[in-house]
Structures are given as structure tokens and as C-alpha cells.
Design a binder for this molecule. Structure first.
Ligand code: SF4
Ligand code: SF4
Length: 89
């Protein structure tokens, strides 16, 4: 079977992809994992630690410190307003 060519936007060479910094408010998190599952860049993983309610909150995965593209999807999808990002570039 022939390989499917990757589609690239016509302005891919000129667009600067933003970098975001992730902020999590652990005590608000209920461990639903929405932000982890739906992040398009797989930036987040479940923490080894639990908050006071016993939920494992998200943290940035090792090696993904510069991988967030500040799309804001985690902030939008979080039902507890427990995560947000800020552009750092
Ligand atoms: S802003 Fe987008 S890329 Fe960054 S952690 Fe949230 S969902 Fe992932
Ligand atoms: S979407 Fe919000 S409540 Fe769910 S795991 Fe992520 S930070 Fe926690």
C-alpha cells in the first residue's frame, strides 16, 4: 500500500508555534483525566502524588516541558477549572 503523504499548511514555514507553560491547581482536580487524554501534544501525565481528596492530578510529563503549544484545550475541557496555561514565547 502506498504511503499517505503528510499534509502541511501552506504557511508552515512562517508561522511561529507558541510555547505554553502549564499551571495546575491540584486541590481543584477530581482526577477525570480529560486534560491528559485530550491534549493534542500529550504533554500531561498523572502525578504520582494525590491531592487531599485522593485524586491524582496532572503534571507535565518528563521531557515535555517545552511541548505545550498553548492551545488552551485543557483549560476549556477541565470541569473544575483546575488547569490553565500561559504563553511563554
Ligand atoms: S494548552 Fe493544549 S498543548 Fe498545552 S497542555 Fe493544554 S491541551 Fe496540551
Ligand atoms: S481535566 Fe481538570 S479535573 Fe480533570 S484531571 Fe485534568 S485538571 Fe483534573
Amino acid at each position: 500500500m502506498a504511503a499517505v503523504p503528510l499534509r502541511r499548511p501552506l504557511d508552515a514555514e512562517t508561522v511561529v508555534v507558541p510555547v505554553g507553560q502549564v499551571f495546575v491547581i491540584p486541590e481543584r482536580c477530581k482526577g477525570c483525566r480529560f486534560c491528559i487524554e485530550f491534549c493534542p501534544e500529550q504533554v500531561l501525565v498523572e502525578s504520582d502524588r494525590m491531592n487531599a481528596k485522593g485524586y491524582r492530578y496532572p503534571v507535565v510529563a518528563d521531557g515535555k516541558e517545552r511541548a505545550c503549544v498553548n492551545c488552551g484545550f485543557c483549560r476549556l475541557i477541565c470541569p473544575e477549572f483546575a488547569i490553565y496555561t500561559e504563553e511563554i514565547r
